[in-house]
Write a new protein. Sequence first.
Length: 270
Amino acid sequence: MPRLLFALLLLLFAFAQEATHVVAPGDTLFSLARRYGTTVEELMRLNGLESFLIRPGQVLKVKPLEASTHVVAPGDTLFALARRYGTTVDALMRLNGLASPELKVGQVLRLPPNQEAPPAPEGQAQGEVEEEWNPESPLLRAVLRYLGVPYKYGANSPLALDCSAFVAQVYAELGVALPRTSKEQYQALTPADALRPGDLVFFSFGGKEVDHVGIYLGRGVFAHASSYGSRVVIESLEAPFYQKAYRGARRVAQEATASLGSPPGPSSGR
């Protein structure tokens, strides 16, 4: 009897340290991430998943931990903090109930579970942004305005977008006209070898043909209208799910990408 009691205590301790969830009909990784205050990418990493597909009865590790916080410093942006803490802008906005990506100095933000800031590189102040992307760029500002807009296949309106419409709308705000579909965009633009912010990244989820597109923002992340997430989100291009479907990048015309570091001038056509 004492042995059985000891075994039960050990089992209860294990569950307390690493909580689990039994997948029910209708559950998705996206809904579970919201329920447990984490991210889809973290759930995939924690459970060794290579795709978003889960099945009823499957036991998933969710491991909810007490959220830590971050006090907003001058120069902080949601995009920079998402990269710093290994999460997404969308997750930070949901967790903190933010209606817009604007931050105020001194504001206290909750962070997703198990997120710790890496040490700042030598000679770089904490919170300082790497130079490979510009947080004040017109492109990034345009992308952030679309975060959370619902995804709908074939849609192209302020109320709903599909992936290629999102890309075309963002670049239209910079005065650049792009083809309507992801396949047409892939065929019309110049291949990009080394990724740069503003490049379009293409995927194939249904076979050999390109059927999805997003905008690379630098630092290993891209923005896209996600059919799985049902809205515009920013996610890691390095996630196994996206790496498996990745088909390459294309570069928008030089005169367009030049506007990423400064507001568009008269030549942009705006």
